[in-house]
Design a protein around this ligand. Sequence first.
Ligand code: 5GP
Length: 206
Amino acid sequence: MSKINGAVLVLSGPSGAGKSSLIHKIIDDIGECYFSISTTTRAMREGEVEGVDYHFVDKEEFEREIEEDQFLEYAVVHGNYYGTSLRCVKEALSAGKLVIFDIDVQGNSSVQNRLGDITTSVFITPPTLSELKKRLENRSTDRLEVIEKRIKMARKEIQRISEYEYLLINDDLDVAAEKLGVIATAARFKKSDDEIGLFVNQWEDI
Ligand code: 5GP
């Protein structure tokens, strides 16, 4: 990808970590950004809206989009496909926006491979496993077996925190949101290797 002026902020962490609430809290205060809406084959949860929370498609449609190379990255999470469409991300980056991804650890690793120089990564988690269990049970939008699957996944994901630049413990929502706002603001200043090369050339010319 060339001529990129924007930057990327990857947020990962177990379902129930509070990523969506944190994003909602900071989104109006961090300048021009684009929150990437993923495509998924998982069933829509109560209260979710097509095109707002996700683009909901069936497995055949998702696999067709894989073949057409439409994804920046995709992964199987909890037995369903999740993926980030390339086109909207490219447009937002060209427009100089901060592109925010809520993706899992596999997605982070793909984004690091493709856009590592302009990416800031944050792993968000509740302070303890028992707190996570409590939050997932209180959310009560998922069946018990789904909650158990998510907890099992969380135990695996937590082992990969070292792949992230920041660990954000979401104990108190206001405090965590303030910290995330600072990280998001700084993320915007990351420059791509191409931009740095151009700057150095121009700087020497002056
Ligand atoms: P949920 O089903 O709770 O909305 O999301 C489950 C997991 O999928 C979360 O960890 C979330 O970060 C991850 N996820 C959502 N969208 C994407 C995506 O486009 N790519 C990847 N790799 N993971 C995603």
